[in-house]
Design a binder for this molecule. Structure first.
Ligand code: ADP
Ligand code: MG
Length: 222
């Protein structure tokens, strides 16, 4: 469902410190499957995720989403596609401090303009499913690492996107919580979601939950 054609991404293009973080990647990410991008630190995993998730444009190459070329679309269209297609779980979770768990989960839905009450109910259901119902009113800075991650997952799911993108989702979790994360992923796959994540945690990329593991090195597939 997501096709990458010869994707290249440069930082500081044209300057003396020009660096090609992603350097010619062809990859098809299958719908309804879990794909893990693995590779050493600096191999281009995060950069590739941002390109797939339309958070950044490739310097060269094409991204096709359900057969549609999205690489050249103007920003407002890209924003719209991003909002309806992807849910993001960032490495540092990026929860907004000072707001409650519930408010954080509801945030990505505001631009869509759903009725507030219905939105609140959806957020509460997600928090229940992720065993965070009892923390809905807590400020996010009060959460444990595992709770913060589940809050970030709930937030990624609020707009019911078909594709979930997660960057090093278990980097800050112990073994038990990492296993729990994989159980959540299995639940999402059962619901037909597509998962793309990066990880250099063997517990994740060697797990049977992953349908496909793609290894990167120096911005290329190996
Ligand atoms: P990974 O997620 O595999 O650790 P990244 O995609 O974060 O790799 O980074 C790939 C390479 O690109 C690294 O060498 C990193 O230093 C460089 N890089 C990442 N972001 C930037 C940036 N904003 N400006 C310049 N270089 C960057
Ligand atoms: Mg990274």
């Amino acid at each position: 469902m997501i096709e990458l054609h010869n994707i290249r991404k440069a930082y500081n293009q044209g300057r003396s410190n020009e660096f090609w973080a992603v350097d010619g990647i062809d990859l098809t990410i299958e719908a309804g499957r879990a794909t893990a991008l693995t590779g050493p630190s600096g191999s281009g995993k995060t950069t590739l995720l941002t390109v797939v998730g339309a958070l950044a444009r490739p310097t060269e190459g094409r991204v096709r989403l359900q057969g549609r070329d999205v690489s050249g679309l103007p920003e407002p269209f890209l924003t719209e596609i991003r909002r309806h297609t992807f849910g993001f779980v960032f490495q540092q979770f990026n929860l907004i401090k000072g707001l409650s768990v519930l408010e954080n989960v509801m945030l990505p839905a505001y631009p869509i303009g759903r009725p507030h009450r219905e939105l609140r109910e959806s957020a509460e259901v997600l928090l229940e499913q992720l065993r965070l119902g009892h923390r809905a009113e807590a400020r996010v800075e009060w959460l444990s690492g595992g709770e913060a991650q589940r809050a970030a997952i709930a937030r990624a799911l609020i707009n019911d996107p078909p594709v979930i993108i997660a960057d090093e989702p278990t980097a800050n979790l112990d073994t038990q919580l990492s296993r729990e994360f994989l159980a959540i992923v299995e639940g999402l796959l059962e619901r037909g979601k597509t998962l793309l994540l990066t990880s250099h945690d063997p517990l994740v990329y060697q797990s049977t939950t992953m349908d496909r593991v793609v290894a990167l090195r120096d911005g290329r597939l190996i």
